[in-house]
Design a protein around this ligand. Structure first.
Ligand SMILES: Nc1ncnc2c1ncn2[C@@H]1O[C@H](COP(=O)(O)OP(=O)(O)OP(=O)(O)O)[C@@H](O)[C@H]1O
Length: 383
């Protein structure tokens, strides 16, 4: 799925631009040296292990919290300014809503809090599509209904940028934020794929209709395929991967073949190895190509988005990859040459992995994460 530059507000604009962004809670950094640009009009997957700083990044982008260091701008504005707040909607993990208000009262509150920007018809359509009764108290709604209501509030504000912390409902979160009695009335909402599919469809349709940029934080990697066209991967509080999904996937190859000894075949190891896994008889490696992958007694295919993300998540030391479209463009914000993570004195963007693709910025080759004797038997089996 790719919505392209021509959509609505997408052409050439920047939705988020962060430079050296960092947030520290007491002594611990939740996010550090975070530098990237998200072009407008994208549906961006924000991926990372638990504690990687995803929620912190979203909170910084929505002005909910202030940076300890660095800067972030959203749609050209400071997130904590009235302009920034008007342009951004943030649906947080807990979906904080007033449980005693009815749905209609909640929408009325949304209208009063967003004078001049409120689209009541849009809000009512979303709650209607989600089969959310207008006269029901929020505290009695299911996880899916609460999400529809939260999305109704978000889209009715007509935001340029929607930040969504987790595609809901997710395990154990049904009734979160409600009284115990109210939570007891909420049907259990496990990771029902149909519900998630319905909500993803709603999100995509609305985002396409309004030209909204969406940042979607998620743990469920398989579900991001076909939903997101842009990728932002955090690890250890830093950006590890950023760019168009197609470009990022296209720069990598998944190689599987018979194992000969403890090391990868030299012609495979010559590429930037993101992750290598061995069983007794087979090796599986995700490599960032430096040129073409030589033919040999192995199979080389393009990884799926899930396979690629898993490789990066399992290999926290793999070198970063930042596509040119994810590089900040604002001259005021641009990093000094030679600053991390570029190579001092060298152009910031390394050679293109594929001649038909734009160049990508990458760290030094050889950052392999090597998992010995891992019983991973090939493509699609990663878990
Ligand atoms: N208000 C806070 N006070 C102290 N530490 C915090 C606070 N919020 C987050 N942290 C810490 O900052 C780090 C990043 O947290 P954050 O919630 O941003 O990660 P995350 O990637 O969203 O994780 P998850 O996927 O589990 O939601 C974690 O170590 C977390 O414990």
């Amino acid at each position: 799925m790719y919505r392209g530059e021509a959509t609505g507000r997408a052409s050439g604009h920047t939705a988020i631009e962060a430079i050296g962004l960092g947030k520290r809670y007491r002594r611990r950094w939740a996010l550090r040296d975070c530098t990237f640009r998200l072009p407008a009009g994208r549906i961006c997957a924000l991926v990372g292990p638990a504690g990687a700083g995803k929620s912190t990044l979203l909170a910084l982008a929505s002005g909910l919290t202030r940076p300890t260091e660095g800067t972030v701008r959203v749609c050209g504005a400071g997130p904590a300014t009235p302009d920034g707040r008007a342009r951004v909607a943030h649906v947080t993990q807990g979906r904080p809503l007033y449980p005693r208000l009815t749905v209609a009262e909640t929408l009325r509150l949304g209208r009063e809090l967003n004078p001049g920007r409120w689209n009541q018809r849009c809000a009512e359509q979303i709650v209607y599509d989600g089969r959310v009764p207008l006269d029901a108290r929020v505290g009695t709604l299911s996880g899916e209904q609460r999400t529809h209501l939260a999305l109704a509030l978000a889209f009715a504000k007509d935001p340029e940028l929607l930040l969504l912390d987790e595609l809901p409902p997710y395990p154990g979160r049904a009734g979160a934020g409600l009284s115990r009695a109210a939570a007891g009335r909420v049907p259990p909402s496990g990771p029902d794929p149909l519900v998630r599919h319905r909500i993803a469809a709603l999100l995509l349709a609305r985002a396409a209709e309004h030209g909204t940029t969406v940042v979607l934080s998620s743990h469920l990697l398989a579900e991001l395929d076909g939903v997101c066209d842009y990728l932002l991967v955090l690890g250890g509080g830093r950006v590890r991967l950023a760019g168009e999904v197609d470009d990022v996937i296209g720069a990598h190859t998944l190689v599987m073949g018979p194992r000969r000894g403890d090391a990868l075949p030299p012609r495979i190891a010559a590429h930037t190895v993101v992750e290598a896994r061995m069983t007794d008889s087979q090796f599986t490696a995700v490599v960032r190509r430096q040129g073409t992958v030589a033919a040999g007694p192995w199979e080389a295919v393009e990884p799926s988005l899930e396979e690629l993300l898993l490789a990066y998540l399992r290999a926290p030391d793999a070198p970063e990859l930042i596509a040119p479209s994810a590089e900040p463009v604002s001259p005021r914000l641009r990093r000094r040459p030679g600053n991390k993570p570029g190579i001092p004195g060298m152009p910031r963007n390394g050679p293109s992995a594929r001649p038909d693709l734009p160049p990508v910025r990458h760290g030094p080759p050889g950052g392999a994460a090597h998992t010995e004797h891992d019983h991973h038997s090939g493509k699609g089996a990663a878990a």
